[in-house]
Design a protein around this ligand. Structure first.
Ligand SMILES: [Zn+2]
Length: 270
């Protein structure tokens, strides 16, 4: 026969009382914690009366804080040739100009981007064919400060670095300066032969106004075309491989310096 159990309310209270208190306490704590989390999601305006919600989405965090008044120094780098246009080759055709041009241009870009407020546009970043007029359109529509085309030469004989600028009747003082700055820096690194800054294109003369490389003729900003040694010269190829990064740094620092000297570029702008 079952023995009738009496409920001992004093024991029930002794066991469940503290438990109930604990649950109550936990609820109060969580509420407080929630409130403080909420306050951490707001930033206060200077008068501290209107809290402004702080956006915490991934998108809003990705937006860089930039001052729209700071002027960007815009450089277009143009690695010559690409895709089915190999450009020049070395004597046994194992080395293609398009690849050297791209490799050096990408390295110049990387050096330029170490400086604040510098914007670099590339007419190509991979081994693709880009029409000459498209290369110019990229620079003109970006309203770039300078356009620098990177190429390598070829000839049955000859070596060294030369830089071509526009020889047309328009004011080409800045083009000449740009070429001069770059040539000087490359010479400091060391080239097999400093062939200097030249006007027009190979075979033309200073007097033949209007004969220019397409990209020098059709870009609206100061421009130059750098011929980084001869693909057909073993010494130039060796220098290109051994000094590639130094050449890239030289071209980038020339671009930065002319920008500073002509007040087109201010690294310390806030
Ligand atoms: Zn070329």
């Amino acid at each position: 026969m079952a023995r009738k159990r009496h409920i001992r309310w004093d024991r029930v209270a002794a066991v469940f009382g503290p438990l109930l208190l604990l649950i109550l306490l936990l609820c109060v704590c969580c509420k407080d914690r929630g409130a403080s989390d909420e306050s951490s999601l707001t930033i206060r305006t200077t008068d501290a009366r209107t809290p402004v919600p702080l956006q915490t989405t991934a998108d809003s965090q990705a937006v860089p804080v930039t001052n729209p008044d700071v002027r960007e120094y815009t450089i277009v780098l143009d690695p010559g040739h690409g895709g089915n246009d190999d450009g020049a080759t070395n004597r046994d055709k194992t080395r293609l100009e398009k690849n050297d041009n791209l490799q050096l241009s990408l390295a110049v870009r990387d050096h330029l981007l170490k400086h604040p407020h510098v914007r670099v546009l590339m007419t190509r970043e991979t081994d693709v064919f880009v029409e000459l007029d498209e290369r110019c359109r990229i620079a003109n529509s970006a309203n770039a400060d300078f356009f620098v085309s990177i190429h390598r030469n070829s000839a049955t004989d000859g070596d060294g670095v030369e830089i071509w600028v526009n020889n047309s009747a328009k004011d080409n003082a800045m083009d000449k300066l740009l070429g001069g700055y770059i040539m000087e820096k490359l010479d400091e690194v060391g080239v097999s032969n400093n062939r200097g800054v030249r006007y027009g294109f190979r075979g033309s003369s200073r007097e033949t106004v209007g004969n220019n490389y397409y990209v020098n003729r059709n870009t609206n900003m100061p421009s130059c075309l750098v011929e980084m040694g001869f693909m057909t010269s073993d010494v130039d190829n060796r220098f290109f491989d051994e000094r590639m990064d130094q050449y890239a740094e030289a071209i980038a620092s020339a671009i930065i310096e002319i920008g500073e000297d002509k007040n087109l570029y201010n690294a310390s702008a806030q």
